[in-house]
Design a protein around this ligand. Sequence first.
Ligand SMILES: Nc1ncnc2c1ncn2[C@@H]1O[C@H](COP(=O)(O)OP(=O)(O)OP(=O)(O)O)[C@@H](O)[C@H]1O
Ligand SMILES: [Mg+2]
Length: 344
Amino acid sequence: MCPQNFDEVTTENMTENTSEYVSDEMAANETGDSIETSAGEDYSSEDVGAEDNILVCDGLVKIYKTDDVEVLALQGLELEIKRGELVAIIGKSGSGKSTLLNMIGGLEKPTAGRLYVDGHDLFAMSEKGLVEYRRKSVGFVWQNSGQNLFPYFTALQNVEAPLYFDRMSQKDRREKAMNLLKMIGIDHKANSYPAQMSGGEQQRVAIAVALAHDPQILLADEPTGAVDSKTSNMIQDLFRKINEEIGITIIIVTHDLSLANKVSRVIMISDGKISTEKIMKEKYRQQLDNMTTENLAEVESHEEYSILDKARRVQISQEALEMAGIDSNKVRVEVKDGKIILSK
Ligand SMILES: Nc1ncnc2c1ncn2[C@@H]1O[C@H](COP(=O)(O)OP(=O)(O)OP(=O)(O)O)[C@@H](O)[C@H]1O
Ligand SMILES: [Mg+2]
């Protein structure tokens, strides 16, 4: 049955992909507890680095066990992300990108290690605190827009949906949803159903949905994976606009190198660890707004850095080793003129 308006919706007619959201809500409500309670009360405060870090991953390990096989998806991953940063995460298939994103979103618990959000240990929180965190502090945009939107709601109703359990009048809810659609530039589709919109339009509505609760962190897993390059460009620009205008921290997992070229910091994951980071050159950043995609590809955009882990280990790419003629596991390390030189 198709509900005629959002207020007729019950939990029975919500689709599978929304069941977690609903059951989280129900779980919090069933206990008779108010979900208005600040998640902060469950936090255990610890000092975890610079104050402007919104996110600190401290030795994150994730092991998946299926039958007799163990998969090490994250291998002691260390990462710090500053408040208001726009970061892209890239890496080969199976390198652990989605695992990390799901962990930041509070959907996946680490096997070992800690994840601090705003200086608080996320997984030391009570289940209720975690539900609240998932519901309000993070917004998700998935690759497949079908995962992001209720098919039987209009764009406007979809954006209203996360606000449904809030103490908000219907008028305020509608106004907030409409303003978000306007900000994303998709308000002309407010009364369209997902099936009546293109993939790119659906992804834009999905971004508005993810922003409905004014989250601190916006997470996107391959948001441009299922759209053409023109639409992908438009969505990329939208992420930059949102980041600049509302200052929200955005973390995007992508295979799309043109997207990675447009963000100030690109993190490369390899075998469940951060291997290198690329930081955008200031000169390139200044030119970014006035350049076409073709122009951008010709300019050196980022400076690449290898990452030293806590034990002062660094990963050297196979390519670099081959170029230096290093073909065994022994390297000579010397410091010359303030530089560390590795040689055969
Ligand atoms: N629920 C699960 N059960 C078992 N193994 C899993 C599970 N989720 C992920 N893995 C494994 O963990 C590793 C990392 O997976 P992950 O999904 O994080 O990779 P990814 O970098 O997002 O890859 P892709 O680019 O293909 O999306 C892979 O080897 C994957 O097979
Ligand atoms: Mg993935």
